[in-house]
Design a protein around this ligand. Structure first.
Ligand SMILES: [Ca+2]
Ligand SMILES: [Ca+2]
Length: 284
């Protein structure tokens, strides 16, 4: 079910690419890249591949490993390598044995707004739990652009909520929920070079269920000029909307909806305003 949904999505993307321009070239190159990926790499069980909207950038995880047995994402198999493809060129980054990517697929987003996509991933250190890393391609190498230190204990995880300019100051923020299974803390950080700087946080929220591959339990909307992030509360009885203004998270909306953690959040409520879907903000 999961795989068929994913490949349907990919097929729809290919069809859109083919229909949107005069030049049929992207379809051929996208299909060729996908073939090369499937022929040359051992994909993770989900076979998830991220692709930019222009069909020129791909990212996925490979080198399945059982060296970290947390098992909150549907199995106890995590990834040992990140592969990025840009303009047909493959780039690989292999983790040392004390790390895994505890994630489904990388998120693509131009966080520093230089016109090139970065790769936002959940990387876990086996004794310190999950952290966030933003990688960038520099001189044909995958290098760390910015990162968040791990939570500090094994078997502690986090899930991204949003990557977006939430306070409209021209700089992209990143938001996530730390430990969504055991009392989640919603956090927002500024993305500085080398480090994510947490600006505000508020506890009582969750965007993941243990064992689920659905990581897409958040929504970003714009109503007028004010972006809002929506996440379920810990007890899943409502969806709460927050603004991030003057460096403060502020509750601005509340929807009394029972949330199904196996389903994508944006399909569970008709959100007012424009639902932001810029590249890959959440994973499903
Ligand atoms: Ca960039
Ligand atoms: Ca901002």
């Amino acid at each position: 079910m999961y795989k068929s949904s994913y490949w349907l999505l990919l097929l729809m993307s290919l069809t859109l690419l083919g229909c949107s321009g005069d030049d049929p070239e992207p379809i051929l190159s996208v299909q060729s890249i996908i073939s090369q990926i499937k022929n040359n790499y051992t994909l993770m069980p989900e076979e998830a591949i991220s692709m930019s909207r222009d069909g020129k950038v791909f990212a996925f995880y490979t080198e399945p490993t059982d060296r970290y047995a947390h098992g909150v994402l549907g199995d106890k198999i995590e990834a040992g390598q990140l592969v990025v493809v840009k303009d047909g060129i493959f780039h690989e980054l292999t983790l040392t044995d004390n790390y895994v990517f505890e994630d489904i697929r990388p998120r693509l987003y131009d966080v520093d707004q230089d016109g090139a996509l970065e790769f936002v991933v959940l990387r876990t250190e086996i004794s310190r739990g999950a952290g966030i890393v933003i990688y960038k391609l520099v001189d044909n190498q995958i290098v760390v652009y910015s990162e968040l230190a791990e939570i500090g204990r094994a078997n502690r995880w986090l899930n991204i909520v949003a990557i977006y300019d939430l306070d409209m100051d021209g700089q992209v923020e990143i938001s996530w929920i730390e430990t969504p299974h055991i009392g989640g803390v919603l956090k927002v950080a500024k993305i500085e070079e080398n480090e994510l700087i947490v600006i505000d946080q508020i506890s009582g929220y969750s965007n993941h269920d243990i064992g689920e591959r659905n990581l897409c339990l958040s929504v970003v909307t714009k109503l007028g000029d004010n972006p809002m992030i929506f996440v379920p509360n810990q007890s899943r009885s409502k969806i709460v909307g927050f603004t991030f203004i003057d460096e403060k998270l502020k509750q601005a909306s509340e929807k009394l909806v029972q949330v199904d953690f196996a389903q994508v959040l944006r399909e569970q409520y008709e959100f007012e305003g424009l639902v932001v879907e810029k590249e890959d903000n959440c994973i499903f």
